[in-house]
Design a protein around this ligand. Structure first.
Ligand SMILES: *Cc1c(COP(=O)(O)O)cnc(C)c1O
Length: 383
């Protein structure tokens, strides 16, 4: 049915008027362009995608083997409790199993948090330039977003979260604060001492979500693993994902770590089978694949060094990043550079929707992918 088919009753309301307030105000998330879509559009081959912070080394071989072994079992529902996966996650973080909530990606856990704690008349607090899913899950519930001013461009962590400004946005009606550490798309991060003090300062009616989607990439000594603070801060929720360093973005598996009472609430709104059967087994195997994690971290460290040097040589400013991506200021409207790079078969991410119309967010690739991306960028900047 096309949108041009008119409703039988000319006086009937438009569907948008039937939708709930929060949904009416939503704009859908814009994902990175898939390689297949680009190749179909332009009739080209061998393009590369450095647009969604996926692991350029692919999935852990142990995860692949685990899935192959289980293919025949997909006629069964997955374990709705996620016992084996939860047990492995709990062991990894040294927390009891009832602190773990598994999600269809960590996006799902963010959604569960919003459903459990937000509603019209309540608010969520997050920073400008923070991960795009925070406004989406907040708005959908009809809650208000209170957006904190980020660090100024000249700060050590330009455009990063200002915990002081976040604190000042918290009010009586706030139930959730979203803190991404490191943040996407900026790649900026918060040190252990300031984040600890921030958590300590929050009033008791506020739950703070520390989103650690890129934690495994960060090697800075002052970078905290907030999951070690769960006992100290009962209103802390830490989210992690298998989409980034574990290389399983297509399977959609993530998790939250929290006080058991919070996990119990999330579990009430969770779909019973939100994490699929192959995903549960693959994620569990990937957790044990230290060699793959080490390799992935090394490729990323090397790639980040290559890209920052290359941008410096070209006089392009960039936001200092500890993630597997970097935001570069192309000093012009970035959409045209993005389009020109697409024609070279290189997909990166425009970030105007994040308030950065002159930046591109580029995922760190393998050595050859980075070189190809730089060649495409050079060509785009010359035209
Ligand atoms: C990629 C990302 C996620 C993870 O998303 P999944 O739903 O687990 O794939 C969460 N938070 C941030 C900041 C991210 O960049």
């Amino acid at each position: 049915m096309t949108a041009s088919i008119s409703l039988t009753d000319p006086d009937s309301p438009a569907f948008i008027d039937l939708a709930v307030e929060g949904v009416r105000r939503l704009r859908p998330y814009e994902p990175g362009k898939p390689v297949e879509t680009l190749e179909q559009e332009l009739g080209i081959k061998d393009s590369i995608k450095l647009a969604s912070n996926e692991n350029p080394l692919g999935p852990s071989p142990l995860a692949l083997a685990a899935m192959r072994e289980r293919l025949d079992a997909v006629s069964y529902y997955p374990d709705g409790f996620g016992f084996a996966l939860k047990e492995a996650i709990a062991r990894r973080h040294g927390v009891p199993m009832n602190c773990v909530t598994i999600g269809n990606g960590s996006n799902d856990v963010l959604e569960l948090l919003a459903r459990a704690f937000l509603a019209p008349g309540r608010s969520a607090v997050y920073s400008a330039h923070a991960f795009a899913v925070y406004p989406i899950v907040t708005t959908a519930t009809g809650a208000v977003s209170r957006v904190a001013t980020p660090n100024p461009p000249a700060a050590a962590m330009p455009y990063g979260h200002s915990l002081e400004n976040l604190y000042h946005q918290v009010d009586r009606d706030t139930r959730l604060v979203f803190v991404a550490n490191p943040n996407n798309p900026t790649g900026t991060w918060l040190t252990s001492d300031v984040l600890y003090d921030f958590l300590d300062s929050l009033p008791p009616h506020v739950i703070c979500v520390v989103d650690e989607a890129y934690a495994e990439y960060v090697s800075e000594a002052e970078y905290p693993d907030a999951s070690t603070w769960l006992e100290r801060f009962p209103r802390l929720v830490v989210t992690r994902t298998f989409s980034k360093i574990f290389g399983l973005a297509g399977l959609r598996v993530g998790y939250g770590l929290s006080h058991p009472d919070v996990a119990d609430l999330l579990n009430r709104v969770r779909q019973p089978f939100n994490v699929n059967l192959l995903g549960q087994d693959a994620a569990r195997a990937a957790l044990d694949d230290d060699a793959h994690i080490q390799r992935s971290r090394k490729v990323n460290d090397d790639g980040l060094a290559v890209l920052t040097r290359a941008f410096d040589e070209r006089g392009l400013r960039h936001i200092p990043s500890v993630g597997n991506f970097i935001c570069v200021d192309v000093a012009r409207e970035a959409l045209s550079v993005y389009d020109a790079m697409l024609r070279e078969g290189v997909i990166v991410r425009p970030v105007a929707n994040y308030g950065f119309p002159d930046h591109l967010r580029i995922t760190v690739g393998t050595g050859p992918q980075n070189q190809r991306m730089l060649a495409a960028l050079d060509k785009a900047l010359q035209s």
